[in-house]
Design a protein around this ligand. Structure first.
Ligand SMILES: *Cc1c(COP(=O)(O)O)cnc(C)c1O
Length: 253
């Protein structure tokens, strides 16, 4: 079978199963309305929670930044693409959220891949809430560490997982506010159990940062919990794109 034949067969199967997804062209949108296919809809499908993608100050800052430093970094951060502005933003984020260091990434997906790839070694285990974002579960399933899921927002299910012995280190993974249902993780209980077992907690707060907690500092701040690792993204409430990992200095280095 050729590549062409393989794709055609796969597409036919998808269509037959009513599982073929087509991207829809959006002609125009605001926080409340969406124009597509000649119709105007009420818009309940956006992550632009605060409407910042269209805020004049955000747009002006973006334009000023491009004029000042160029539209791109010009190189990988490991070569000559790590600019003063990146370092300043990292320092501000770390200070704002109470961590030693912040590390910028091009996207939340990249941040999750990097941190889970970095941490998981053979004999370690990753215990993830079973409704965690695909970027977390996907990275964990490719890790040499063993992936186990615990029941959604259920500290007792995590406790049962933690009770079974593990030779290596334990990383517990959850979201702050879950993307699909908008419910919040019981972070204090999860953090306490994780710490008791000598593990580390990673909270992906893509949907909490900018939205909840004092000054929008997110779910962890709101619940008075400081996980060892926190991933925040800029593509939801912040209205732009990118992400950061908040962590200690050794982890960042
Ligand atoms: C959107 C999202 C990401 C990915 O962020 P991108 O910057 O779009 O790659 C990661 N985790 C969660 C929970 C998300 O909702």
């Amino acid at each position: 079978m050729s590549w062409q034949q393989r794709f055609r067969q796969a597409l036919d199967q998808r269509r037959a199963a009513d599982g073929w997804r087509q991207r829809r062209i959006v002609d125009e949108q605001t926080t409340r309305t969406l124009h597509s296919g000649g119709r105007c809809y009420h818009h309940f499908s956006s992550n632009d929670y605060l409407g910042l993608t269209r805020h004049p100050a955000v747009i002006a800052a973006w334009q000023q930044g491009a004029a000042l430093t160029g539209a791109g970094a010009g190189a990988s951060g490991h070569v000559t693409g790590y600019h003063r502005q990146h370092a300043d933003l990292e320092a501000q984020l770390a200070d704002w959220l109470g961590y030693e260091r912040a590390l910028l990434f091009i996207s939340g997906f990249a941040a999750n891949q990097a941190v889970i790839h970095l941490l998981g070694e053979k004999n370690d285990r990753i215990l993830a809430d079973k409704l965690s974002h695909a970027s977390l579960l996907d990275a964990a399933s490719h890790s040499p560490a063993q992936l186990r899921r615990f029941s959604h927002n259920a500290p007792e299910s995590l406790a049962a997982r933690l009770a079974s012995p593990c030779e290596g280190e334990t990383l517990v993974v959850t979201e702050g506010i879950f993307s699909m249902d908008g419910d919040s993780a019981p972070l204090a209980a999860l953090a306490q159990q994780t710490r008791q077992a000598g593990g580390w907690l990673l909270v992906d707060d893509a949907h909490g940062i900018g939205v909840v907690g004092e000054q929008g500092r997110g779910s962890c701040w709101q619940q008075g919990v400081r996980p060892e690792l926190q991933v925040i993204t800029f593509g939801k409430a912040f209205g732009v794109s990118g992400a950061a990992l908040l962590c200690d200095a050794d982890t960042a280095d």
